[in-house]
Design a binder for this molecule. Structure first.
Ligand code: MIC
Ligand code: SF4
Length: 651
């Protein structure tokens, strides 16, 4: 067996590990972050479970930490009180970014982890099967329920050789993105193997599995070997280590040969992480901003490398340079080694250990500015500035540009010595609360609910037939940042009526008003989309808020995994065009009739949709498991759970 099969097999609750068929697995660990966490815990609360049923569940606060109003603080207080009551470890704002912290302090090889954040696969860097999911799926897992996924097709990425100085893990994952793209990879797992694996330390492996998310795969995983053991030992957790490796005769659906020695510094250009180009082809381009951090590149290894490159020098006067560490541990190491001072002396702006700039909460670039970032996503407008040109690069490339003021190939300038992982990391867990009551909880603890803590909207069962309207028509690769923008809107995550005002804001700011008007007329809103609809984040708000506005179906050429699952969880039928050319025959505003939609969902998923505006018809199909059919028919997973509870048959 390969690693993926081994771990999935050991956690299999039902189904067969045949690519494409739905399996249920047991989840050992969960993580949430604050922007998706409030809704996840509101849903968890309504499930009537008295404490978490997992081995470890951690609630991180790392996204909404800027607090320009009362909303964030309200959310944090709510999350802290829920964590105490239900036996969840709480990571306070300022402690660091969830994925970096989880890798440092909780992740264990061979375990399963789901997280309400799409970059949860970071855990694959230490040999976990770590998967991003909607908050509701995480809530179910915290309550002891299974997690459902399509058994994956495993791709072996066979690493040979060794990276050259100045080239690093970010360039490796960009190379994989260049080969596989950011769409068309649903249902795959990328499993890293080969002699090159041993040349990569854990932070480098985690950079690769983290940004594997941008491929749209289920997850990515590395073996757990001696390098992993040493990392865990340095974290004071050697006992958490087990060896995980593929059998010598393991089978894979496909093999991708990648020689590390041949990789050159790369960038993902505007506006997609798979728009990969060589740094050398961009050399000399003027840079306005350099931002180093995010869950992809904020480890001790990365920031020390940057500090060594900037040490004793000054940043270019025309570039604004910011650094956000992934955790307090990283900051403490930089401080202890005198490198924090070097960064300050060089002219770097020291940012909070949080998501911050990565999600457009701060540091928005100027008009038409060129911004080099070590983060993982550069979707148009995500930085907060629509006209900005964001390039995703390695820490080495970022540091080179910080000094020269132009895009510079880091292999052509002075390179930093290789950074060794310390034999003992500085460990201070004081910003993790409730470790003493973890898994047990404090049943009579009170929950704090400020005015920003709203309610989870309820869905409605699917009617036998449906009259609808194409409320919006969008193109290919529409991301969840288009559907449900974050940045300055992020503080409304716990308030669905308010947040819903911004659905599709970057594409059609009038969508909210139009959708509500249709809903009032008794018409179902339908979204028409191209390829790879729902790329990017795991935010279930991209399904929950459309549901609130009366969206009952999406018809796309193809859809991404997490968003598909979220649509099902919120009772929105995820259709694809049987013939993609039919997309051209539908326009926004067309009246659509879904005669027999409920029977179609119950049956093989095929349906003929009538376009009464154009007097045409076209075929659509929804491929759902029996479990998913029941959820969609019930009007969403919460609705299904509530009606089971009513009947006294709660699971
Ligand atoms: C992101 O990077 O887009 C986020 C913000 O971390 C999201 C989660 C969210 O929208 O809260 C993700 O990647 O899942
Ligand atoms: Fe945070 Fe950015 Fe990572 Fe999302 S991708 S978890 S916003 S650092």
């Amino acid at each position: 067996m390969n690693i993926t099969e081994k771990i999935l097999n050991a956690h299999l609750l039902s189904g067969k590990l045949e690519p494409g068929s739905e399996v249920a697995i047991k989840i050992d660990q969960t993580l949430t972050q604050d922007a998706t966490g409030t809704m996840a815990y509101l849903q968890f609360e309504s499930m009537g479970v008295d404490k978490v049923q997992t081995e470890v569940s951690v609630s991180y606060v790392d996204h909404n930490t800027d607090q320009t109003g009362f909303e964030n603080a309200d959310d944090h207080a709510y999350l802290q009180s829920v964590a105490r009551k239900y036996g969840i470890i709480f990571s306070r704002a300022g402690n660091g970014i969830c994925h970096q912290l989880h890798l440092e302090r909780f992740g264990k090889p061979g375990k399963t982890l789901i997280g309400s954040d799409s970059h949860t696969p970071t855990g694959g860097g230490i040999g976990m099967i770590a998967i991003g999911a909607g908050g509701l799926d995480v809530a179910v897992a915290m309550g002891g329920g299974a997690f459902y996924l399509a058994a994956p097709k495993v791709v072996k990425v066979n690493l040979t050789g060794k990276l050259r100085p100045g080239v690093s893990a970010k360039d490796v994952i960009l190379k994989v993105l260049e080969r596989y793209g950011s769409s068309g990879n649903v249902g795959r797992v990328m499993e890293y193997a080969g002699e090159g694996v041993a040349t990569l330390d854990v932070p480098s492996r985690a950079t690769i599995t983290n940004m594997g998310t941008e491929l749209g795969v289920t997850t990515s995983v590395f073996p757990s070997d001696d390098v992993t053991r040493r990392f865990l030992a340095a974290q004071g957790r050697e006992e958490d280590w087990v060896e995980i490796k593929a059998d010598p005769d393991a089978k894979y659906a496909e093999v991708f040969e990648l020689n590390l020695s041949e990789i050159v510094p790369l960038a993902a250009g505007p506006h997609n992480p798979a728009n990969v180009m060589a740094i050398s082809s961009l050399a000399g381009k003027k840079v306005n901003q350099v931002l180093i951090g995010s869950c992809t590149n904020s480890s001790y290894r990365d920031l020390k490398t940057v500090a060594l490159l900037l040490k004793g020098k000054k940043i270019n006067p025309n570039v604004s340079v910011g650094i956000a560490a992934g955790s307090r541990q990283v900051v403490l190491h930089l401080a202890k080694e005198g490198l924090l001072g070097e960064l300050v002396l060089a002219g770097v702006r020291i940012l909070e250990n949080a998501c911050g700039f990565c999600i457009g909460l701060n540091q928005s670039p100027g008009t038409n500015a060129v911004s080099l970032r070590t983060s993982n996503r550069n979707f148009e407008g995500r930085s907060g500035t629509k006209s900005a040109q964001v390039y995703l690069v390695s820490p080495e490339t970022a540091a080179a540009a910080a000094l020269t003021g132009v895009i510079t190939d880091p292999t052509t300038v002075e390179t930093a010595p290789a950074v060794a992982i310390p034999s003992e990391f500085i460990i201070d867990d004081s910003m993790f609360l409730f470790r003493d009551t973890a898994s047990k909880g404090v049943p009579d603890a009170e929950i704090v609910r400020g005015p920003n803590i709203g309610k989870v909207p309820a869905g409605e069962p699917l009617a036998p037939s449906m009259r609808g309207v194409a409320a919006i028509k969008v193109g290919d690769k529409i991301t969840t940042d288009h559907i449900m923008p974050a940045g300055s809107r992020l503080k409304y995550r716990s308030n669905i009526p308010e947040y819903s005002k911004y659905v599709f804001e970057p594409v059609d700011p009038k969508f909210h008003d139009k959708a509500l008007a249709n809903k009032e007329k008794g018409l179902a809103n339908v979204i028409i989309a191209g390829e790879s609809y729902g790329q990017g984040s795991s935010r279930e708000h991209a399904a929950m808020c459309p549901m609130y506005l009366g969206v009952r179906a999406v018809i796309a050429k193809s859809m991404e995994r997490i968003h598909f699952a979220n649509l099902v969880n919120f009772g929105i039928v995820p259709f694809t065009f049987s013939n993609p050319a039919a997309y051209d025959g539908v326009e926004a505003g067309d009246a659509l009739e879904f005669e027999g939609i409920a029977d179609a969902v119950r049956g093989d998923g095929g349906l003929v949709v009538r376009n009464t505006t154009k007097n045409t018809s076209f075929e659509v199909v929804t491929k759902l498991s029996e479990r998913q059919k029941a959820i969609v028919l019930a009007g969403g997973l919460m609705k299904q759970i509530a009606s089971k509870q009513k009947q006294g048959g709660a699971e």
